[in-house]
Design a protein around this ligand. Structure first.
Ligand code: MF3
Ligand code: CO
Length: 249
């Protein structure tokens, strides 16, 4: 069932979204060579606690951390640990939390120091594809208009869209209906209506779209070992268009 949020609920979604967005701004400032992913995870945990939020990922289907950190060929769901970030890496930081029972979910992929120009392009195109998807979050459109816009932008630049993982409805639960694929034909699926909240999250690969899950049961990596990027925002559909709940700058 797709849940439609009241104005009062969207007010709470706005607060959780803002805190999640602010956490990513703070994390961005801490990403540099020499930092471990578990240091970033610890920061996020403390940040949520300080802001009266409950981490959304910690314990979710047994997930062992507050955030996901996915480095280079890791697509999503990388588990923070002792790995040290190095110049030339990219790290996807995915972060979610509940405020008064309402969830915000967002991700950014950050360059660590200077990265190759093709990798910089991957980050840019993935972020742009998220924005193209958000542009489609308008009353009267259908869900697949989002993925169609994302896919077109990505493929126009010679990159590929991951098929195995999708965006989602969001609210009292992190994952609600509908699923929001990052690919597909236009004008299919549920209609977009006022009060829907959606998490859009394109995952874009430099090479093959194919991915696999590592032995840890979580980390998703590209099959060809090439780099991947992931950007996510939580969006509310309002009468006058999309409101981005997690973008604070
Ligand atoms: N942010 C991810 C999503 O959008 C969820 C992370 S998976 C978890 O679906 F297990 F870490 F929670
Ligand atoms: Co999500």
């Amino acid at each position: 069932m797709i849940t439609i949020k009241s104005e009062a609920e969207i007010k709470l979604m706005r607060i959780s979204g803002k805190i999640v967005g602010q956490a990513l701004v703070e994390i961005r400032a801490r990403i540099k060579p020499g930092v471990t992913t578990q240091e970033i995870d610890k920061f996020a945990y403390e940040f949520f606690k300080k802001n009266d939020c409950v981490p959304a990922f910690l314990g979710y289907h047994g997930y062992p951390a507050t955030i996901c950190t996915s480095i280079n060929s890791e697509v999503v769901h990388g588990i923070p640990g002792k790995r040290v970030l190095e110049e030339g890496d990219v790290v996807g930081v995915d972060i979610g939390a509940y405020y008064k029972g309402y969830c915000g979910d967002s991700a950014r992929t950050f360059a660590v120091g200077k990265v190759e120009s093709e990798v910089e392009k991957l980050l840019e195109v993935t972020f742009e594809s998220l924005n193209k998807g958000i542009d489609q979050c308008r009353i009267g459109n259908r869900i697949s208009d989002i993925g169609n816009a994302v896919q077109k932008h990505v493929e126009n630049h010679g990159f590929s869209v991951v098929r195995d993982y999708v965006g989602h409805g969001i609210g009292k639960a992190m994952h609600e209906e509908p699923q929001v694929p990052n690919y597909g034909r236009p004008h299919q699926g549920p209609r977009i209506v006022e009060g829907m909240c959606l998490a859009l999250e394109p995952m874009v690969n430099m090479g093959t779209e194919e991915v696999k899950v590592l032995q840890d049961g979580w980390t998703v990596v590209t099959k060809d070992g090439k780099f991947s990027a992931h950007f996510e925002d939580t969006i509310a559909i309002l009468a006058n268009g999309p409101e981005n709940l997690t973008r604070v700058n």
